[in-house]
Design a protein around this ligand. Structure first.
Ligand code: KG4
Ligand code: ZN
Length: 340
């Protein structure tokens, strides 16, 4: 292909938690998006930061190499390197940041730092079949580390309306799954078992926090006590009622998430709603939000591969920053806390 100045190729790197990912984008189109999941954490019931950092070191070179090969793009064609600066695990972020900096320096191309939470939202602008949400829109970003309700005014203009004051929605799923004896990450398994269950079988407390804040620690504790009490009476309780337990818990989490989204939509007078982050893979959340189309809302949910952590979303964020010539210095450092 003959490259013109309108052809922007971004190589993107994501390493904020336990997935090492590399992607190549041509403008807003994803040419490759390679993700290496770290299986090692399964046996510990959660991500072990030191092990995550070590695995990123092992994975980053083969992952980036595979992304370039799959895209059929060589390094001389790359216009800029985008990487996740934060938020995330510092040891993990350092691996991606150091790699991105060295590569940008050796190629003599600009370096672009990306906020992981902005990138989750911007996944909606990856070229695809569904079209883009128009501005402004509300995005509910739900992942293992974050739960945020965001008003998106433009590609690079975000207003945080509310977030969780304690656990994230994904954590609420993963911790409940652990109580049920399921492996990490338990969210997808709760979703799977819930499909066969009665969501009205048990009631769990729905938190009511001020404004658009969320809290999931109450429901998690209530869930723990509920399982402990029932198991005392009948040691086989979980096995016999797993589907109903999962369905009831999933309904409570989904109601909590959508209640605030609906209130925010009313308060802001916004009719375009979007989901982002790993928990947007949840089938009940997807269905319940999609059902809101009947009420006149426009609903956007990214394809599954761009919901969970991936470098394509870092690439699209990098593309919008590239257009604004928003480049980072080579002495930039990653940061575990990074507000939107
Ligand atoms: O965005 P993500 O891949 O990583 C973080 O940045 O945290 O989100 C991972 C989270 C995990 O907590 C996982 O259990 C949850 O997303 N998750 C789900 C489902 N698929 C992934 N939770 C509920 N239902 C699902 N189907
Ligand atoms: Zn994430």
């Amino acid at each position: 292909m003959i490259k013109t100045e309108n052809d922007i190729f971004i190589l993107a790197i994501e390493s904020s938690c336990d997935d090492t990912s590399g992607a190549v984008l041509h403008n807003r189109a994803v040419l490759s998006n390679v993700v290496a999941n770290q299986e090692i954490h399964k046996q510990y019931g959660g991500v072990v930061p030191e092990l995550a950092g070590r695995d990123h070191q092992k994975n980053i070179l083969p992952v980036v190499d595979a992304a370039l090969k799959k895209a059929n793009v060589d390094l001389t064609q790359i216009n800029a390197i985008a990487f996740t600066r934060g938020p995330g695990l510092l040891g993990s972020l350092l691996v991606g940041a150091s790699f991105a900096k060295s590569l940008a320096q050796s190629l003599g191309v600009p370096l672009i730092e990306v906020n992981h939470m902005q990138a989750h939202v911007l996944a909606h602008f990856i070229e695809g079949k569904n079209g883009d949400p128009g501005f402004p829109f509300l995005c509910l970003t739900v992942s293992g580390g974050h739960t945020q309700l965001i008003k998106v005014n433009d590609h690079l203009s975000f207003e945080l309306l509310g977030e969780t004051l304690d656990d994230a929605a994904g954590e609420a799923y993963d911790k409940a799954a652990k109580i049920l004896g399921l492996p990490y990450p338990g969210g997808p398994l709760i979703d799977k078992f819930a499909k066969e269950g009665n969501p009205q079988a048990y009631k769990f407390p729905i938190s009511n926090m001020p404004g658009f804040s969320y809290s999931f620690s109450g429901i998690k504790t209530a869930f723990l006590y509920f399982i402990q009490n029932e198991t005392k009476k009948d040691p086989g309780f979980v096995e016999k009622n797993k589907a109903d337990i999962c369905a009831s818990y999933q309904l409570s989490i989904t109601e909590m998430l959508l209640k605030k989204l609906r209130q925010a939509a009313q308060q802001q007078g916004i009719k375009t709603l979007a989901l982002a982050g790993g928990v947007s893979a949840n089938s009940l959340l997807r269905k319940s939000l999609t059902d809101m189309e009947k009420e006149g809302f426009r609903v956007f949910i990214p394809p599954f591969e761009y919901c969970t952590d991936n470098a394509a979303m870092i690439g699209i964020a990098g593309y919008f920053k590239y257009l604004k010539k928003d480049f980072a210095d080579l002495n930039i450092t990653p940061t575990a806390q990074y507000s939107l």
